[in-house]
Design a protein around this ligand. Sequence first.
Ligand code: HEC
Length: 218
Amino acid sequence: MAGLVPARVRTHTAIMLTTAKVVLVLTALLVPVAEFLGVMDPGDEPQYTSDGQMKFPEHYREWVYLTSGFDMSYSEEAAPDHHMFDNVFVNPDSYKVFVATGHWPDKTIMVLEARGARGRASINQRGNFQGDIMGVSVHVRDDARFPGKWAFFSFDGGKTGKMFPTTASCYSCHQEHGAVDTTFVQFYPTLLPIARIKNTLTEKYLKEIAMPEAKQPL
Ligand code: HEC
């Protein structure tokens, strides 16, 4: 059938294809340069100082928002006399992988930001809104760096944060109770249905919610 297409059109198509290839090659060459110059975000990968601290992921407030917990507590003891919110964010590239697979990829960074709750102020008479930051911690996956793949860091307003030793309770609680890959996906309402569909919830979590004493299966 090629004979039906005028030669002029065929030449034109060939030129367009060549142009497309040139554009592709140029993009492949220019993206790393743009990243190097800081024009683009270098994928928000975790970065560390030479003494093993993690650099603060400064743009986390532009990342994907997962949840806000209010006065969440692991113990049944009386609540403290002040209310707290926590907000969880994840870097966009890892979020996209989670949506596609139900698992977190290498270089995932999750940020937990704690904020004090405020009550009556301005026109607000009832209920609570979020006040100042009380602390920021990070849960990061970096396979080449951490033997257990994941690590926890805390930031007290500084540009770098210290790693929690692997003996800290962060690791055991997240390992025991986190519904996917040691993270608390059971509390992230847009991610839980994805983990269900992709079948990536841990056996342990599925057993936990199947038990009659489970207070409120999610
Ligand atoms: C007894 C259980 C428990 C312990 C101990 C614990 N966490 Fe968590 N963590 C949670 C729960 C529950 C959430 C979900 C919070 C929400 O839904 O807002 C969470 C969420 C997080 C997140 C958000 C990302 C994720 O993994 O889901 C970070 C970051 C985090 N915790 C850091 C820490 C650090 C740092 C420590 C240790 C100092 C710690 N946690 C100790 C239960 C725990």
